[in-house]
Design a protein around this ligand. Structure first.
Ligand code: ATP
Length: 201
C-alpha cells in the first residue's frame, strides 16, 4: 500500500499508555492518515538519565500496545541508531524509507512550548507538520509557543481538539511503585509485561 500520509509519534514510552494510543488514533482518523509509526526513543533529548525501563523493554511494550491496530507500526530507527534520539535525524531517515509520504509528527500540546529547544527545529518544521493534541493545562502555553514561530508556526503547527486524557507515564510509574492499580491506563498486554518483568518497582 502506498503511504501518502504518514503519522509519526515519538516518545520515551516509559511506559506507553492509552493517552498515546488514543491520540494517535484520533489524529489517524481526523487527518485520514494511512499509517502511524510509533518511534520509541533510545535516549530522549529532554529526558537524558531519566529513563526508567531499558530501551528494549520500552520498545517491546510499544509493540504489544500497537499490535491490535492494523494501521499502527513500531519503528526501531532510534533504537538502532542509539545515542541521543534527535527527531530531526529520525525524520531524515524516515524520509528515505517513505520518500512519497507527507509526514505528520504527533505530539501532546505540552511538547509544543519546548519545540524551540529541539535540535534543528526550523529545518524540522520544513519537513513535517506538527499535530498537537490537547493535554490538560497546556492551552495557553501552546498558543504562545505557536505564535512565537510566526508564519511557519501557523502553517506547520496545528492543534486538534480532542477530549483531554489525564494519563501520563509518570503517573503510571508512581502507581506501580506504590502498588496501586494502573490497569485502566495501559492495554492489558502492557500491564502484564510490566508486572512480569517487575518494571518501575
Ligand atoms: P512522562 O510522564 O514520563 O513525561 P508522557 O506520558 O508525557 O511521559 P512521553 O513518552 O514522554 O509520555 O510522550 C510522548 C508524546 O506523547 C509527547 O509528545 C507527549 O506530549 C504525548 N502524550 C503523552 N501523554 C499524552 C496524553 N495523555 N494526551 C496527549 N498526548 C500525550
Amino acid at each position: 500500500m502506498t503511504v501518502k500520509k504518514l503519522g509519526i509519534i515519538g516518545g520515551s514510552f516509559d511506559p506507553i499508555h492509552k493517552g498515546h494510543l488514543s491520540s494517535a488514533e484520533f489524529v489517524y482518523r481526523s487527518l485520514n492518515l494511512d499509517k502511524v509509526l510509533f518511534v520509541p526513543a533510545y535516549i530522549a533529548p529532554h529526558k537524558i538519565g531519566m529513563e526508567y525501563a531499558a530501551a528494549q523493554d520500552r520498545y517491546r511494550m510499544t509493540e504489544l500496545a500497537a499490535e491490535p491496530y492494523p494501521y499502527f507500526e513500531v519503528s526501531d530507527v532510534e533504537l538502532k541508531r542509539s545515542g541521543i534520539s534527535y527527531t530531526y535525524d529520525t525524520v531524515l531517515e524516515l524520509k528515505k524509507q517513505y520518500p512519497e509520504s507527507e509526514l505528520y509528527f504527533i505530539v501532546g500540546a505540552d511538547s509544543v512550548p519546548q519545540l524551540n529547544t529541539w535540535n534543528h527545529i526550523y529545518e524540522l518544521l520544513n519537513e513535517v507538520t506538527f499535530v498537537a493534541v490537547a493535554r490538560p493545562g497546556y492551552a495557553k502555553a501552546f498558543a504562545k509557543a505557536r505564535e512565537a514561530f510566526g508564519g511557519l508556526g501557523e502553517e506547520k503547527i496545528m492543534l486538534l481538539k480532542m477530549p483531554e486524557q489525564a494519563v501520563s507515564s509518570t503517573e503510571i510509574r508512581e502507581r506501580v511503585k506504590n502498588g496501586e492499580d494502573f490497569s485502566e491506563m495501559v492495554p492489558e498486554a502492557v500491564r502484564d509485561y510490566i508486572l512480569q518483568k517487575g518494571l518501575y518497582r
